[in-house]
Design a protein around this ligand. Structure first.
Ligand code: MUC
Ligand code: MG
Length: 392
């Protein structure tokens, strides 16, 4: 926490006026369904509408905080779905937090941990909303709770994931021309490895001005596939190979990593701090993808960064295609990290046809800008919230 935020907190502890009453009064949840600009494919799912849960936390002083719980294509990327997230928050997390002071945020995380096992997206969105409400009350940006910003912008890549290579070339050219993205992550594993390589080769040829080329296999290859195709990936100058093997194959990842000149990135394999330390210490990868949905909260994600680094891994700012609310939450942590070697992938806000905030995050010169203002720096567009609330 920066000195100014610490002073403000101290001041708040002694104040008794209604404006400084940060007791959590109400927590509400809504399932949202936002149409995407195109279909997004992963090795194990595909979707054209992004569903998430919008969490709103109201304090006794009337101030509201917001949070976003993301999933990808139902309970597929991880075990949570929008339906389970809503039910867990409404039935198990809200009751243990109502009446508690938002100032005691470590207790907020502890109470949620006792109330529910894992359910990380649900917990992360609630914690975000509590911290947003608290820092709005303190009139400081959320990044101050993580030590203050080391940077006001983070390099941001774009993911090519339609599977239609000519569409992907046109999309990448548009991103390059707008100076929004020059690094690209290509989603693999939904076709055969041979088809994946054909697609990558075509992308490399057609996009000479591309920066880093990262591939994310989302657990779609076998160890033999990796060994067979490593030389071709090296030839294509791939910068990073993300989670090629199943999440629980730590030994296989370590064997592939030991034979690869391209660093491997650990994603679905490591949610908890022990899993991160194990992955790093076993040599499963030399880069770790930070995600709130894996850590179960922003505080835990900022600690995950320290665990990953001390286990020998560099940091990458991962996402689950969150819109501006979830992306701003991640940015508050990313902006405070002393090192974020690989930048971030929070292109999610640009994947939606429309957002539910009035002031979406800004992209400039291949970077995502840290928003101004207290808390997350986001204001809901209530018309859009009504329009995109899922009707079952
Ligand atoms: C993942 O596995 O990294 C992030 C970007 C994207 O296209 O998919 C997600 C999840
Ligand atoms: Mg991934």
């Amino acid at each position: 926490m920066t000195q100014s935020a610490a002073d403000l907190m101290q001041d708040f502890a002694t104040r008794t006026d209604p404006a400084s009453d940060t007791t959590i009064r109400e927590i509400t949840t809504m399932i949202m369904a936002l149409p995407s600009i195109r279909q997004h494919r992963l090795s194990n799912t595909a979707f054209s509408t992004r569903e998430f849960v919008l969490v709103r936390v109201r304090l006794e002083n009337g101030i509201e905080g917001i949070g976003e719980a993301a999933v990808l294509g139902g309970p597929r990327w991880a075990e949570e779905s929008v339906e389970s997230i809503k039910a867990v928050i409404d039935r198990y997390l809200s009751p243990v937090l109502i009446g508690c002071p938002a100032t005691n945020w470590t207790d907020t995380a502890t109470k949620m941990k006792r109330a529910a096992f894992r359910n990380n997206a649900a917990k992360g969105a609630v914690e975000t909303a509590v911290l947003d409400a608290l820092t709005r009350t303190l009139d400081v940006p959320l990044v101050n709770l993580f030590g203050g910003s080391s940077r006001d912008r983070v390099p941001v890549l774009w993911a090519l994931a339609s599977g239609d290579v000519e569409q992907e070339i046109a999309e990448a050219r548009d991103k390059l021309a707008r100076r929004e993205h020059k690094d690209f992550k290509v989603k693999l594993g939904f076709a055969t490895p041979k088809e994946d390589l054909f697609r990558l080769t075509r992308l490399r040829e057609a996009l000479p001005e591309m920066g880093r080329l990262i591939v994310d296999v989302n657990q779609g290859w076998s160890e033999a596939d990796c060994l067979r195709f490593l030389p071709a990936l090296e030839e294509l100058d791939v910068s990073l190979i993300e989670q090629p093997l199943p999440y629980d194959d730590f030994e296989g990842m370590a064997r592939v990593a030991s034979k690869s000149s391209i660093p491997l990135m650990v994603d679905e394999a490591a949610f908890t701090h022990r899993e991160i330390a194990r992955a790093g210490n076993m040599g499963c990868g030399s880069v770790y993808s930070l995600k709130m949905v894996k850590s179960g909260g922003l505080m835990a994600m900022s600690q995950a960064a320290k665990v990953a680094e001390s286990s020998g891994m560099e940091l990458y700012g991962g996402c689950l295609l969150e819109g501006s609310i979830g992306a701003a939450a991640h940015l508050a942590v990313f902006a405070a990290l002393p090192q974020l070697t690989w930048g971030c992938e929070h292109f999610g806000p640009k994947m939606h046809r429309r957002e539910i905030v009035r002031d979406p995050l800004q992209f400039e010169d291949f970077h995502l800008l840290l928003p101004d203002g207290p808390g997350l720096g986001m204001q809901l567009d209530e018309d859009a919230v009504r329009e995109f609330a899922r009707v079952d």
